[in-house]
Design a protein around this ligand. Structure first.
Ligand SMILES: Cc1cc2nc3c(=O)[nH]c(=O)nc-3n(C[C@H](O)[C@H](O)[C@H](O)COP(=O)(O)OP(=O)(O)OC[C@H]3O[C@@H](n4cnc5c(N)ncnc54)[C@H](O)[C@@H]3O)c2cc1C
Length: 385
């Protein structure tokens, strides 16, 4: 590796790749160090698909990030000629108490995000494959959908290279002050460093995000099952989430199968020993969601994929400065909803690390310590430069 970049990013998942790209677009020289390749299937960002939705309960901040990110994903698809975002719509099937969806609807309307409230009969007319047992209503986001996840990271990496960023294959480890060392233990000198190593972060920074920390990032196993289910493709069913049944799904896209993801922890996860297939309990739970789409009860399974959830205790991301080195930053803990926010998180991290963010966020939810309440985070608000 030659030269001293303004910004070094470790980890070429969705957050690291977008951080590098956004920094480059701010005029910085950038090096991205990735142990595998950006969008590798055995990373959190490397699955076929991830949901992009605006609804986040009472949380208006993340609605805005999703709007901003969706525009960037669309632009990335146009730029590369590979459609990354698929506007399948996202349906929130209300079978629980509906409080989360009600709060979301208030926030969506306030932000001007298109949304509809459908009665079960109307939903069945639109999506004949639907099962309406226990269904009270549907909150529908017609302009949301899913992202082709591995492809999205690869597209962002391609654009990063095209725009003059450097991508280097290698494994970095942190020195005592949080700066990066290469595989030979030599310093990788850079103006600032962002660590975006997903579920590998707790092993790299056990004293900051290890199991005993306030901002612990805990890799747990969450799997996805792809069914061979005719009539459940894009345009035939929406992307969907049923909080009451604790399951979500994405229509069959490009022949991968109708995807079902049970909200079920199938044990802990070692990201270094990524299993090839889903845990049998995850498959059973996915079948159990047949009440919502009855044809899944007997549909053959086309593929199963193990995945890890790099989750924090609060469910909030970790986006913060290293406690003793102001030139080092940590970005991780996507907690099952981080993929879609790649462009927004990337912009935030790039601005923060390059010191271009004078405005502070109103709370410390993304901080390494005292994550809720307390004084303002050092993180900057986007677009404030
Ligand atoms: C089953 C499941 C479903 C999900 N569904 C959704 C969803 O619908 N919508 C959504 O928005 N989000 C979803 N998420 C969350 C989302 O996928 C993650 O938050 C996001 O992909 C994390 O990206 P990342 O860049 O932080 O980590 P990763 O994608 O894991 O990237 C980390 C990268 O760092 C590299 N790396 C690690 N250590 C080193 C090192 N020492 N040196 C160099 N490189 C290193 C790795 O090779 C990897 O490429 C889901 C997650 C799971 C598990």
């Amino acid at each position: 590796m030659g030269g001293r970049p303004d910004l070094l990013v470790v980890g070429g998942g969705v957050w690291g790749t977008w951080t590098a790209l956004q920094a480059r677009r701010l005029g910085a020289s950038v090096r991205l160090v990735e142990e595998r390749t950006p969008g590798d299937p055995k990373t959190t960002s490397g699955d076929y698909s991830r949901i992009i939705r605006h609804a986040h309960g009472e949380d208006g901040l993340l609605v805005g990030w999703a709007q901003r990110s969706l525009a960037a994903w669309r632009e990335l698809g146009e730029r590369t000629g590979r459609q990354v975002f698929v506007e399948s719509g996202v349906a929130w099937f209300v079978s629980g108490d509906g409080a989360w969806e009600a709060a979301s609807e208030v926030q969506l309307r306030a932000a001007g995000v298109p949304c509809e409230r459908l009665a079960p009969d109307e939903a069945l007319r639109r999506w004949p494959a639907l099962g309406t047992e226990g269904l009270k209503s549907v909150l529908y986001e017609p302009t949301a959908g899913f992202l082709r996840a591995g492809d999205g990271v690869r597209a962002a990496a391609t654009v990063l290279r095209d725009e003059g960023g450097e991508i280097v294959r290698g494994r970095a480890t942190p020195a005592a002050d949080g700066t990066a060392l290469d595989e030979h233990g030599a310093p990788i000198v850079a103006g600032a460093t962002v660590w975006a190593a997903g579920p590998w972060l707790p092993a790299l920074f056990p004293s900051l995000v290890g199991a005993d920390c306030e901002a612990a990032i805990v890799p747990v196993r969450r799997d996805a099952i792809y069914f061979d289910a005719p009539g459940m493709g894009v345009g035939e069913v929406p992307t969907w989430i049923d909080e009451g049944l604790e399951v979500w799904g994405i229509p069959d896209d490009e022949g991968h199968g109708a995807k079902v993801g049970p909200e079920f922890d199938a044990g802990s996860f070692d990201p270094g020993a990524w299993p090839d297939e889903a845990h049998p309990s995850s498959v059973a739970r996915a079948r159990a969601c047949a009440v919502r789409f009855p044809r899944l009860q007997r549909a053959p399974i086309r593929e199963t994929r193990a995945c890890q959830h790099e989750r924090t205790k609060s469910g909030h991301y970790v986006l913060d400065r290293h406690p003793t080195n102001p030139q080092v930053w940590i970005a991780g803990g996507g907690s099952g909803h981080g993929y879609k926010q790649g462009p927004a998180v990337g912009e935030l991290m790039a601005r923060a690390a390059l010191d271009r963010t004078p405005i502070v966020l109103p709370d410390r939810r993304f901080a390494l310590a005292r994550r809720d309440g307390g004084p303002s985070s050092p993180m900057g608000e986007m677009g404030a430069a």
